[in-house]
Design a protein. Structure first.
Lengths: 379, 257
């Protein structure tokens, strides 16, 4: 199994009362709540944590993209991935992912990812996402064109990476007379492409298609939901007439390893609950603007609203498998069990979440790397 | 005065409209919420006009054509619709999104149109008169904001939801987003061509409109200097509902002068 250290880079210094009062830390939380001096310390702390991940033996260091929110301070994962490209030597660097429909020109994404791939000597893992619903509010991009723009941008980027230039690209949303990428990516035919998702049939059908076979990552979901979607991915591959490889599946989950089960829970509790009940939270209208999902999916979410939009305690989260926490032995056994059921080839662990401070984050990373990772890597 | 339901295929879109009454043709263009039922103002206008109330493409019982991508598509569709129904000398009345559509139709061709009533229309923006964020407001707040007199809101909120009404609301909301998400509820190119509207225009606004503030009405009056601006006091975004009698009297007086 490949182990990925995944960082959201939240604004951990957030006044949680302000976040709660506003109902969400997305879109509308006034940016006077961001202190640039604290931000300076946080960015450097988080980049240090990712670099330390390489020293601890994580296979991949992963960053992602979110806009105008305290949930994550990486509107451009290109910036953080670039910094990592120069400061690391062995670990792969994953951008999970670039939000294609939000970017006005997909060729910029193709170029920036190619640059990082070339600078790092082929260590880039590319991810493509649509951005979450809230970001269609913040950017004003029309969510009813989200799928169309995503697919067309993806096609343009992959063609730009793989076909000899110059050539012309004529799409519905993007038109370019000369596609002629400098630099071309280092890896052949192009960096691996991963697709993080909260789970949708459209995404699974598309990512698993025999022409693509992209790695599908289920992000921050109850373990039953993870099982359902990873199985759905495998079933879809089978329906396409091939067997999914384990490397095509991944699960992204917050993890906390303590000295004992009890101390792990006690140390993680307030920080996990801040993550789940303040940083993640947003109203339905913000999460799912019209057209972002099919209307059927939207109705399913409306039905599950009470469960999805209410608070969750650490105890409930552990029961749901939304969070994995305990001693090294407990966490190892949990993941061995889940792996036995799901056979995901990539485990993305979030060792920092919510307000988790630097000392606990490092201790968590060290205990995970020493006490859990070796046995998982062997799977 | 009974309204009857009709379906007609136009530009590949199965189009639903209601029709009732006798007199000169009056086409009412509904707003973002659609027009799921016959409302009292329609009955009242039908005493004087041949009232035609279509569900826009992507709304209500009309189809969702692939080609529907922006407000201009709607305008060309309606020119085909008016031609297909062989309507002439039409009184075109549009509320909110429907008012925007009426303007987009009229800058392209006023030949089938006798006069236009724009009822708190979207379509143009005005400095200092930001529309409510209709895509972010919770449904109940949205309903309350539609009205000045909250008794109208209470009545609407008291109607129980059904699976069908939820489906319809989601469909209407989807199309509104497609047409009006960005730029939000207006077309920056529209003011360039409003001078092409060469038929009488009446602009109607509720003084307490909390969806599209009345400041937009004043801006529209500046852009359409020959138009008359009528402001209803103690009235929100739907004068045809909240000030039904006065609204209908105004339309009759304006259109039949």
């Amino acid at each position: 199994m490949q182990i990925v250290l995944f960082h959201l880079m939240p604004y951990a210094d957030l006044d949680l009362a302000e976040g709660r009062k506003n109902g969400t830390v997305w879109v509308t939380l006034p940016n006077r709540n961001f202190d640039p001096e604290k931000g300076h310390r946080l960015y450097n702390r988080y980049l240090d944590e990712l670099e330390y991940g390489e020293a601890l033996g994580f296979d991949v260091l992963a960053v992602n993209e979110h806009h105008q929110t305290a949930y994550g301070l990486m509107p451009s994962p290109i910036v953080t991935a670039s910094a990592l490209a120069r400061r690391t030597k062995k670990a792969k660097i994953a951008i999970l992912g670039s939000a294609l429909p939000l970017r006005s020109h997909p060729l910029m994404v193709a170029e920036e990812h190619a640059m990082i791939d070339v600078i790092s000597g082929g260590r880039l893992i590319t991810g493509f996402v649509r951005g979450i619903g809230a970001e269609y509010h913040t950017f004003g991009v029309n969510p009813t064109f989200s799928h169309d723009r995503f697919h067309e941008a993806h096609d343009l980027i992959v063609r730009a990476w793989t076909e000899p230039g110059p050539f012309a690209f004529h799409g519905h949303h993007y038109n370019v007379q000369y596609v002629n990428l400098w630099p071309r990516p280092y890896q052949k035919p192009h960096p691996p492409i991963w697709i993080p998702s909260q789970g949708s049939k459209e995404t699974i059908d598309w990512a698993s298609h025999p022409d693509r076979r992209y790695t599908y990552l289920q992000t921050f979901s109850p373990v039953k939901v993870v099982q359902r979607y990873l199985k759905s991915y495998r079933d879809t591959c089978a329906a396409y007439g091939y067997q999914a490889e384990d490397r095509q599946l991944g699960w992204a989950v917050p993890v906390y390893v303590g000295e004992t089960d009890a101390s792990a829970r006690a140390e993680a509790k307030q920080h996990f609950e801040a993550f789940r009940n303040v940083f993640v939270k947003m109203p339905l209208e913000m999460l799912l603007p019209p057209g972002y999902t099919s209307r059927e999916s939207l109705k399913n979410v409306m039905k599950a609203k009470a469960q999805m939009f209410g608070d969750v305690t650490i105890e409930q989260a552990l029961e749901l498998g939304l969070f994995v926490c305990g001693s090294a032995e407990t966490v190892t056994k949990a993941f061995e069990g889940y792996w036995g059921e799901m056979r995901f080839g990539n485990l993305l662990v979030m060792c920092q979440f919510g307000t988790l401070p630097a000392d606990l984050t490092r201790a968590n990373m060290e205990r995970f790397a020493r006490g859990v990772m070796p046995r998982l890597k062997a799977l | 005065m009974p309204f009857t339901d009709h379906f007609i295929e136009i530009d590949g879109c199965r189009t639903h409209y209601r029709r009732g009454g006798k007199g000169s043709p009056l086409v009412f263009m509904h707003g973002a919420g659609g027009m799921p039922i016959v409302l009292p103002f329609m009955e009242k206008l039908a005493q004087r006009f041949d009232v035609i109330v279509p569900d826009h493409p992507g709304y209500g019982q009309s189809g969702e054509p692939e080609w529907l991508e922006n407000i201009h598509d709607v305008a060309y569709f309606y020119l085909d619709f008016l031609a297909r129904l062989e309507l002439e000398r039409v009184v075109l009345v549009g509320n909110s999104m429907g008012g925007w559509m009426a303007m987009e139709i009229a800058v392209r061709n006023t030949a089938p149109i006798a006069s236009i009533v724009l009822v708190s229309p979207a379509g143009v923006r005005a400095e200092g008169a930001e529309p409510a964020d209709i895509f972010l407001l919770p449904q109940e707040d949205m309903t309350r904001r539609l009205f000045h007199d909250q008794r109208f809101a209470e009545a609407r909120l008291a109607v129980p939801e059904t699976p069908e009404s939820i489906d319809l609301a989601l469909k209407n909301r989807h199309t509104t987003a497609r047409l009006a998400w960005e730029p939000r509820l207006h077309d920056p190119m529209l003011p360039k061509w409003l001078h092409r509207i060469d038929v009488p225009v009446s602009i109607v606004w509720g003084a307490q409109d909390r969806i599209l503030p009345v400041g937009i009405g004043h801006e529209l009056k500046r852009l359409l200097p020959k138009a008359e601006l009528k402001i209803f006091e103690s009235c929100g975004h739907l004068p045809q509902v909240e000030k039904m009698e006065e609204f209908c009297d105004h339309v009759v007086r304006f259109a039949c002068r």
